[in-house]
Design a protein around this ligand. Structure first.
Ligand code: CDP
Length: 228
């Protein structure tokens, strides 16, 4: 079967990464968490006190940012920034609270989209984010747009944070997700919108297994069609 590109977009904490990871594992595809790239850039900018209001400074800083993904011994893809594993650091609230303003910058988007397109040039990839089906891969064979109720999203994110030893109260999680959704959807550069040809999946009342099965069903149907 021909390899395809699967683009998964949606609001924060709708289960994009969990779904994308499992779909990629079943298909033997590469999984790319584009949000991790924006989070790693944010970590670099915070640690180096980069002024977001100064485009020259932002561009200079971006040249110093080298991002790579490595699969660990458990088969889990982890984000490396300039050769250092930053997977744990980029999931902290410090990054969640600063990532959306960084991601709204044109210079940052241009640099990330360029790298993401290179990663997808051989297809056989599942990428999740906010603009994958609209900007990064507008010709992706399968586009999905995930949604879920805020309470469910927040509870899932709180649990994920807890599993990584980050104890955050529910109100703080809700405030962060709400604010990021607002900035991500209203920014000038590549705002978060559902691509017209994306299939919407509401994950509020379905399990991860059901989500994954639905995406796989759609993927196989696209792969069969592509073969002809
Ligand atoms: O996991 P969660 O859905 O909370 O977020 P993420 O995928 O890790 O993305 C973190 C942030 O990166 C988002 O809130 C966006 O501001 C930004 N982002 C983006 O602008 N474009 C993407 N393709 C992916 C993420």
């Amino acid at each position: 079967m021909k390899k395809i590109i699967i683009a998964i977009d949606g609001y924060s904490a709708c289960g994009k990464s969990t779904t994308a990871k499992q779909v990629a594992a079943v298909l033997g595809y590469r999984y790319i968490d584009s949000g991790a790239m924006y989070r790693a850039v944010t970590l670099y900018f915070l640690d180096h006190h980069v002024a977001l209001t100064n485009p020259k400074e932002v561009e200079k800083a971006l040249v110093q940012v080298q991002l790579t993904f490595h699969v660990n011994s458990h088969g889990v893809t982890e984000m490396f920034l300039n050769g250092v594993n930053v997977e744990k650091k980029i999931r902290k609230m410090r990054i969640s609270e600063n990532v959306s303003p960084v991601s709204a910058l044109k210079e940052v988007r241009v640099a990330m989209v360029d790298q993401q397109r290179k990663l997808g040039k051989d297809k056989g990839i599942v990428m999740d984010g906010r603009d994958i089906g609209t900007v990064v891969f507008p010709d992706a064979e399968l586009k999905l747009f995930l949604t879920a109720d805020m309470q469910v999203r927040a509870a899932r994110r709180q649990q994920e944070l807890l599993e990584k030893d980050n104890l955050v109260d529910l109100d703080t999680v809700i405030a962060n997700i709400t604010e990021r959704d607002r900035i991500d959807s209203t920014r000038k550069e590549s705002p978060l919108v559902k691509a017209t040809d994306a299939v919407e999946i509401d994950t509020t009342h379905i399990t991860i297994d059901e989500q994954v099965d639905e995406v796989l069903r759609q993927a196989v149907s696209k792969m069969m069609r592509k073969k002809k």
